[in-house]
Design a protein around this ligand. Structure first.
Ligand SMILES: C[S@@+](CC[C@H](N)C(=O)[O-])C[C@H]1O[C@@H](n2cnc3c(N)ncnc32)[C@H](O)[C@@H]1O
Length: 206
């Protein structure tokens, strides 16, 4: 079993810019998952792809501790977890061009109109996240909430630095197979539709 302290990355101090690869023993493509929930996707992706380096960010303490415990028990060394507000983290603590793949799956939809301002995907967040993507990085979004999904897709589609690519298992998520997120697995069982979009950062479109 790994020590929990070796699995957890503390939220950075005010003004600190992190160096994601310094959290790992060796370099590799860096992938960030925002809102990892119970960590099903994070852990399966890191386990099936030992060459990648992953950070999962989860705000809810209960889930954060659950993920850290799962990683420690399974002694997975290419994945860490941080408890913080991912929006604040992305906007204030990431260096430019550090992410190879950004995973955002089933972010809270805040369905009531008066709560839409709480949604993670807003233009200021998109702006900051784009700066943190490497050239050719991919940004994958998925939701069971049709309206929020279309809002997210439109926000990304409006950015000339991004081009939509097919949601192809190999192109979007290289690895032996796509491992569903906890929400995805539950909703697929219930027969609910899942909406997905994949983008690649590229030269700005004219
Ligand atoms: C609907 S759940 C989806 C969990 C997982 N992605 C899945 O598909 O199974 C959304 C998760 O995002 C977390 N979350 C919401 N806002 C967050 C934020 N600003 N920073 C980090 N985590 C956040 C919630 O605590 C929750 O665990």
């Amino acid at each position: 079993m790994l020590a929990i302290e070796d699995v957890i990355i503390e939220a950075p101090a005010d003004g600190e810019i992190v160096d994601p690869l310094s959290w790992f023993d060796s370099p590799g493509p860096f992938e960030l998952e925002i809102g990892s929930g119970k960590g099903g996707f994070l852990i399966s992706r890191a386990t099936s792809n030992p060459h990648i380096r992953m950070l999962g960010i989860e705000w809810a303490n209960k889930f954060f501790k659950y993920i850290a415990d799962r990683i420690a028990r399974r002694e997975i060394e290419n994945v860490h977890v941080m408890r913080t507000d991912a929006k604040f983290f992305v906007m204030n603590h990431l260096p430019p061009e550090c992410i190879d793949v950004l995973h955002l799956y089933h972010p809270d939809p805040w369905p009531k109109a008066r709560h839409h301002k709480r949604r993670l995907m807003q233009p200021d967040f998109v702006e900051a996240a784009l700066k943190a993507l490497k050239p050719s990085a991919r940004w994958l979004v998925q939701s069971d909430h049709e309206e929020y999904f279309h809002e997210m897709r439109d926000l990304l589609d409006a950015r000339t630095e991004l081009s939509q690519i097919p949601w192809d298992k190999r192109a979007s998520t290289p690895g032996p197979e796509w491992e569903g997120t906890n929400f995805e697995i539950k909703y697929v069982r219930e027969g609910r539709e899942i909406y997905r979009a994949a983008f690649v950062r590229s030269e700005p479109r004219p």
